[in-house]
Design a protein around this ligand. Structure first.
Ligand code: HEM
Length: 292
């Protein structure tokens, strides 16, 4: 039986490292991917394959596409496609560094490491603004229904699509806002995480309320804070049975529907944006039968 990579459903780990790879010119990705699939279990390392790699292999996965880019009022939402994504999950940064080096080495014939981002869990699962993140995530069977492809046959069922965006916060800007303005920009009270009954239309949870879309737009968010020197923010990660739900939310956030931009843009900006297809697992290993 094919199933979701277990790291998709598991709670966010204490620490993580995101590796993003590009495809080297005229390189053949097949053998390095087989090598990765032989030791990646989908739990300590969740793997996502980019569109360029699928194309290089002559494979088409229904629903896979390029990340869209947008320009809003005074902000950009960039599209930064990549060939391969590994989300290393664990409890020890040193172990993740070495696991990452092993993966980099196995992929080296065809893939070059472009970015490595160190991330971590903050408190009970908070964004660095201190707001609780993930409250309205679907749980249990609903989480599987939101994240897993089904009814498409072996090799595809149990796979997932993931949207990954690195956001960089402007803490000076955020700290200059009053508590009320901060709460209104999220649509929840930071103090007790209660949803505000009268949040403005620009509030983040108003923009993204999953049940307010037609059809409903549920995703499984597994975002984690990151820091590098004095820069910091959130690696936003959302898994879905398709990319439609995420894209509907993002369109509303940038104001495509009604011209109202998400209040998040007042203090944070996305600096990357990519989509990947996450193959299912079979007998504890990444199953690439759909690709080869
Ligand atoms: C820096 C970037 C972001 C931050 C700090 C952030 C933070 C938050 C917080 C604090 C909540 C409320 C608690 C919760 O239900 O998790 C929330 C909810 C949510 N966010 Fe974000 N978020 C960010 C980006 C995004 C993006 C890019 C999307 C999708 C395009 C998104 C989709 C959602 C959804 C679907 C909800 C739940 C809405 C509901 O059904 O009530 N978020 N986010």
């Amino acid at each position: 039986m094919n199933a979701l990579q277990p790291g998709v459903l598991a709670p966010v780990p204490a620490v993580a490292r995101y590796l993003t790879f590009t495809l080297k010119p005229r390189a053949h990705p097949r053998r390095p991917l087989i090598a990765i699939a032989s030791f990646a279990d989908g739990e300590s390392c969740v793997v996502g394959v980019g569109e360029s790699v699928l194309r290089a292999l002559g494979v088409s996965i229904a629903g896979m596409r390029a990340f869209p880019s947008y320009s809003g009022k005074g902000f950009e939402v960039p599209s930064t496609p990549a060939a391969l994504w590994c989300w290393l999950r664990g409890g020890d940064r040193g172990a993740l560094l070495h696991q990452g080096r092993k993966i980099e080495h196995a992929l080296a014939p065809a893939f070059a490491l472009e970015h490595a981002i160190d991330a971590f869990r903050h408190g009970s699962g908070r964004d660095l603004t201190s707001y609780e993140d993930g409250t309205e995530n679907p749980r249990g069977r609903k989480a599987v229904a939101a994240a897993a492809v089904k009814g498409m046959g072996a090799g595809l069922d149990g796979s997932s699509f993931v949207a990954v965006q690195q956001w960089e916060h402007d803490f000076g800007r955020f700290e200059s806002m009053s508590t009320k303005e901060q709460d209104n920009s999220i649509g929840r009270r930071q103090r007790d995480n209660v949803e505000l009954a009268r949040a403005p239309a620009s509030a983040h949870v108003k923009r993204t309320a999953q049940e307010s879309f037609e059809p409903e737009a549920f995703v499984l968010r597994r975002s984690m804070p990151w820091t590098e020197g004095t820069r910091a923010g959130l690696v936003f990660v959302a898994f879905g049975k398709s990319l439609d739900a995420f894209e509907a939310q993002l369109r509303r956030m940038v104001g495509e529907e009604d011209g109202i931009a998400d209040a998040l843009f007042r203090f944070t900006r996305p600096v990357s944006g990519s989509y990947f297809w996450c193959p299912p697992v079979r007998r504890g290993r990444i199953d690439l039968t759909r690709v080869f």
